[in-house]
Design a protein around this ligand. Structure first.
Ligand code: MN3
Length: 248
């Protein structure tokens, strides 16, 4: 077994361990009772505090995301969020054997350092999984139907998501979420906030998240954030989006 495969295996085993400790009611049941949506993240997608190995090479997403950006983004920016959230967890007595989602759901009770880095770590762990060198993935029939019902068409959805991502002022993220009204919504959040946080204006389970911090695209695209977003659609791993949608 290659080292990276072994690390990945161990990482998944650790998360599987988390899964055995937590029994969660279904999202539907939680929504019916008005319970916090943030506790309803399906167990399969629970996130740990350690950075997981990338499942592809830094060059895999060329020419849409360049090798150097992937290397720096993963090994410097994202790695720092993981390191810092673990530091904050020690300082604030957070049990890191439990999922990060537990912290995000009550992030208002923690420090700014926790908010920035718990968000940053979660968002990037999700983001890497949402990218793929396979440019042929598609929304499932079920997800496509829901997108059409919510936005009119897949093209209109992409247009609205692109607008949210393009117009997010400064640094932040654009999201497709399954919200507390059991509908799909497009939102954006500042900095490293995300829709699982109790302080989010609109809360929900993230299906798609797009990093629009300049560090995600500046080396290749400079000021052309719109071109980065256009290319994001080519490498979006719809299989992962479908899996997340099917899990709720
Ligand atoms: Mn980033």
């Amino acid at each position: 077994m290659k080292q990276s495969s072994r690390r990945n295996f161990l990482g998944q085993s650790a998360l599987a361990g988390i899964g055995t400790l937590i029994t969660l009611p279904s999202l539907g049941a939680l929504l019916e009772t008005g319970a916090a949506l943030t506790t309803s993240t399906p167990t399969f997608f629970k996130t740990g505090f350690d950075q997981q190995p990338l499942s592809y090479a830094y060059a895999a997403l060329e020419p849409y995301i360049d090798t150097l950006t992937m290397d720096i983004h993963y090994n410097k920016h994202a790695a720092a969020y993981s390191k810092n959230v673990k530091e904050a967890a020690v300082a604030e007595s957070v049990d890191t054997t439990k999922p990060l989602e537990d912290v995000l759901g009550k992030i208002s009770k923690y420090s700014v350092k926790m908010r920035n880095n718990a968000g940053g770590h979660y968002n990037h762990e999700l983001f890497w999984k949402l990218l793929s060198a396979d440019t042929k993935t598609q929304p499932s029939a079920k997800l496509a139907a829901s997108i059409v019902a919510s936005f009119g068409s897949l093209d209109e959805f992409k247009k609205q998501f692109t607008t949210a991502a393009t117009t997010r002022f400064g640094s932040g993220w654009a999201w497709l979420i399954y919200n507390s009204d059991k509908k799909l919504s497009i939102i954006s959040t500042p900095n490293q906030d995300n829709p699982l946080m109790d302080i989010a204006e609109v809360k929900g389970f993230p299906l798609i998240g797009l990093d629009v911090w300049e560090h995600a695209y500046y080396l290749k695209y400079q000021n052309r954030r719109a071109d980065y977003i256009t290319n994001f659609w080519k490498i979006l791993n719809w299989n992962m989006v479908n899996d997340r949608f099917n899990s709720i």
